[in-house]
Ligand binder design. Structure first.
Ligand SMILES: Nc1ncnc2c1ncn2[C@@H]1O[C@H](COP(=O)(O)OP(=O)(O)O)[C@@H](O)[C@H]1O
Ligand SMILES: Nc1ccn([C@@H]2O[C@H](COP(=O)(O)O)[C@@H](O)[C@H]2O)c(=O)n1
Length: 208
């Protein structure tokens, strides 16, 4: 067991391959315990009726309960357990349940706006930006939102043009400058992922 966990932040636009890259890192650090935390779990609760919740800008930093995410990450960094919220995409609100997370050697925090907050950035040992062309990300998102999040094509297109695209350019893409590593083309870039994994293993060896 390492003294202090190594915290890896993985960001990029929606559909860039953040989850895939995080999963690859997760699978590669066998022998160490790993926790995966998703920023999406920390969307704020809204009392608005469902019709109005559909209009929320889910790509703006203020849509997230960043103070809670920060507190949880700080606790994991201090080797304390946390109760991570669970988000319901269909209801567009956090569910009533939480997920108990014990402290681990490696903590992977993944999400579109994790590098936007300086306090979160300061907790991370390695910051990764997954860089994938906008058109590819949009195609992936259409497929995912229809099949997994119960959305219509019209809804996905309207949301993309109204909030997803402008917020990406205003808030997400500018955080690329804070990344230690930029991975082009997401989850199938095995060279970049191998380099990253080598770095993670070397930090763990040093700490252990
Ligand atoms: N390099 C890649 N080539 C092809 N498909 C990919 C690649 N990276 C990710 N994907 C696929 O694209 C979709 C979105 O990837 P995901 O990792 O969920 O993105 P994000 O977490 O950034 O929204 C998934 O279906 C995933 O399997
Ligand atoms: N109720 C919600 C909450 C979030 N979104 C979208 O999810 C995207 C972030 O997740 P990724 O896995 O794609 O990174 C973000 O772009 C939000 O627009 C949503 O559509 N509805």
């Amino acid at each position: 067991m390492v003294q202090k966990p190594i915290i890896i932040g993985v960001t990029g636009g929606s559909g860039s391959g953040k989850t895939t890259v995080s999963q690859r890192i997760y699978e590669s650090v066998a022998g160490h315990s790993v926790a995966m935390i998703q920023q999406d779990a920390y969307y704020k609760h809204s009392d608005l009726p469902i019709e109005k919740r559909r209009q929320i800008n889910f790509d703006h930093p203020l849509s997230f309960d960043t103070d809670r995410l920060l507190a949880d990450l700080q606790k994991l960094s201090d080797r304390q357990a946390v109760d991570v919220p669970i988000y319901d995409y269909k209801l567009r609100n956090p569910s009533a349940e939480t997920r108990h997370q014990e402290p681990k050697d490696v903590v992977i925090i993944e999400g579109i706006l994790i590098l936007d907050d300086e306090r979160l950035r300061d907790l991370m040992d390695i910051k990764v930006y997954v860089d994938t062309d906008d058109d590819i990300r949009l195609l992936r998102r259409v497929e995912r939102d229809i099949h997994e999040r119960g959305r219509s094509v019209e809804n996905v297109f309207a949301q993309y043009l109204k909030t997803v695209k402008p917020m990406y350019h205003q808030f997400i893409e500018p955080t690329k400058r804070y990344a230690d590593v930029i991975i082009p083309e997401g989850g199938e870039n095995s060279v970049a992922i191998d380099l990253l994994v080598t770095k993670v293993r070397s930090v763990l060896k040093h700490e252990g």
